[in-house]
Design a protein around this ligand. Structure first.
Ligand code: F0G
Length: 415
């Protein structure tokens, strides 16, 4: 067997097809594969798949399949996902005073968020294992994504959501795709605890980012960016951070790409939290000595998480890439979202953390004007319409104009 699961704390090794989400020592597990496998791949192989009509080649996840999860094609459950664009906007470059700035819009995935990249891999692994009941705790996007892939594979999704704390758009997606939605009294962190227990005691397949296959899929955000940039790594990649699945995946993607010589320079990762949900940012300030959970409260409901389960992996990413963790206020998040929306990109509130973080890091000159930067946008503008409308109303940026239905009233508007 070429691939296996490896504990990131004690190094214990487990069979790749064992259903487990942590080591006997409680450490997190990661998929490990021999360097020769990665070295046999690279820009030429991946570039040759662009433009192919094969379903796996067309997916921005499965294009990298041998380095993600080496499954028989019959087990691959794909829509396809990962066909997301890189945008640049001169107005936004000017706003943050950054010459080389691009936005990777992961909201263009099939269910409207980056979660599809991890979910296609986790549900495909479930298919390989013959598992048909899947579960996750979620602030909304993971549940929508799981519900979609469960429907595609003919399985049952159970989603554990914190009562009253997820946007209606995300909830309606999960319900519409046929998931069983369980509303938990308490927050995301409580839902996470409960779903872990349910997975252990009831044998349901857990697809939160604790599942190492989710992380394998999310690595492709980085590889996709590198491919779009002709394999020239940017100086910085900036990402919103909540449960820290993406931050973890990004470090692994970069380490593997450098080890296999697909790229020579390591981009630095900047993880951005909301100041009301900032345990990772606080821990960074104290040299990652510990992680103190908080009771989270932020307008960016997707990242309202106080006790991120992937902390040990995410910490490595920041250390290994010489990156950093920063925090931004709700006001800064909404201001950045307003700028992204108005400049014809658009995203949900949590996504705007990356641009808000960049603005702060440019103001204190941690990131230089001439550095090349890619900001990740994690979710679609339609994911949280309540917050968009409320923030526009509160700030009087843009309001609905009433008309009595006469042409006169419209003509007055033009004046
Ligand atoms: N942005 C969006 C739009 C998200 O939905 C999430 C996480 C994040 C950022 C943070 O990513 O957890 O990898 O650090 N949403 C999860 C969910 C928790 O349940 O949908 P992370």
């Amino acid at each position: 067997m070429k691939e296996h699961l490896r504990c990131i704390e004690c190094g214990a090794k487990y069979d790749i097809n064992e259903v487990r989400y942590s080591c006997d020592c409680t450490g997190l597990l990661a998929v490990e594969r021999p360097l020769e496998v990665l070295e046999s791949l690279g820009p030429e192989v991946f570039d040759s798949r662009l433009g192919s009509r094969n379903a796996a080649d067309r997916s921005g996840v499965w294009r990298f399949r041998e380095a993600v999860n080496n499954l028989d094609e019959g087990n691959i459950v794909t829509l396809p996902e990962g066909l997301t664009n890189l945008y640049s906007r001169s107005n936004l470059s000017k706003w943050v005073d950054c010459d080389q700035l691009a936005f990777k819009h992961e909201g263009e995935n099939p269910s409207g968020s980056f979660k599809d990249r991890g979910m296609t891999v986790a549900v495909s692994q479930a298919k390989r294992l013959g598992k048909k009941i899947y579960a996750c705790a979620s602030t909304g996007n993971t549940s929508a994504s799981l519900a979609l892939y469960a429907a595609l594979n003919g399985g049952q999704a159970l989603v554990f959501i914190p009562s009253g704390k997820i946007s209606l758009g995300k909830l309606s997606q999960a319900l519409a795709y046929g998931a069983t939605c369980i509303s938990i009294t308490g927050d995301f962190d409580k839902s996470m605890q409960l779903v872990k227990q349910a997975a252990e005691e009831l044998g349901i397949y857990l697809v939160n980012s604790l599942n190492p296959f989710r992380v394998e899929g999310q690595k492709t955000i980085i590889w996709d960016i590198l491919q779009q940039l002709k394999w020239q790594a940017p100086d910085w990649i900036i990402t919103p951070a909540g449960n820290l699945g993406n931050t973890s995946a990004f470090g692994k993607a970069i380490e593997e790409a450098v080890a296999a010589k697909w790229i020579t320079k390591k981009p630095k990762i900047a993880a951005i939290q909301a100041s009301g949900a900032n345990p990772f940012a606080t821990s960074f300030k104290h040299n990652f000595e510990s992680l103190e959970p908080v009771t989270a409260n932020t307008v960016a409901s997707a990242i309202q998480i106080g006790n991120p389960v992937n902390f040990p992996k995410a910490k490595r990413t920041i250390t290994q890439t010489n990156g950093l963790v920063e925090q931004v206020t709700d006001k800064e998040i909404l201001e950045a979202k307003y700028m992204l929306d108005k400049n014809a990109i658009g995203c949900e509130p949590a996504s705007a953390c990356s641009l808000a973080g960049l603005k702060k890091l440019r103001q204190n000159n941690t990131i230089k004007k001439t550095d090349s930067v890619v900001c990740i946008l994690t979710g679609h503008i339609l994911k949280d319409t309540e917050t968009t409308l409320n923030s526009l109303k509160d700030s009087s940026y843009n309001e609905i104009v009433e008309s009595d239905g006469s042409i006169d009233s419209i003509s007055k508007l033009l004046k």
